[in-house]
Design a protein around this ligand. Structure first.
Ligand SMILES: [Zn+2]
Length: 112
């Protein structure tokens, strides 16, 4: 998938979250802390994709327990970084990735 496809298919954070929810949970969302399926999407609030667990009373999102947990880099940039890395014919330096996605070099290096 090239950058244009990624940009079109995942235009914002919400689309990326929706993709992750489908891949990770399908039609069966569950709590990453206790495994309960007695969960409900938070209806209000500014954070996208937050869920409440009625089993352990915790709050989580689809990224909880993954390498993307607590990342401050928008998911669309993660998707593009993955696209750039897997499509690179030889390799991709962190300096190049930083320039391509408007990141700092240490952040790009960490993502790689
Ligand atoms: Zn739970």
């Amino acid at each position: 998938m090239n950058l244009l496809n990624i940009f079109t298919r995942y235009p914002d954070q919400e689309a990326c979250i929706e993709h992750f929810e489908g891949v990770r949970w399908g039609d069966d969302p569950h709590c990453p802390h206790c495994g309960s399926t007695h969960v409900a999407r938070k209806s209000e609030g500014r954070k996208i994709g937050r869920w409440n667990c009625h089993g352990c009373k915790s709050s989580f999102n689809v990224l909880s327990g993954t390498i993307f947990e607590k990342t401050r880099v928008p998911l669309q940039k993660w998707f593009m970084a993955i696209g750039l890395i897997v499509n690179a014919k030889k390799s991709l330096s962190s300096c190049q990735l930083a320039r391509d996605l408007d990141l700092t070099q240490p952040t790009a290096w960490y993502m790689q």
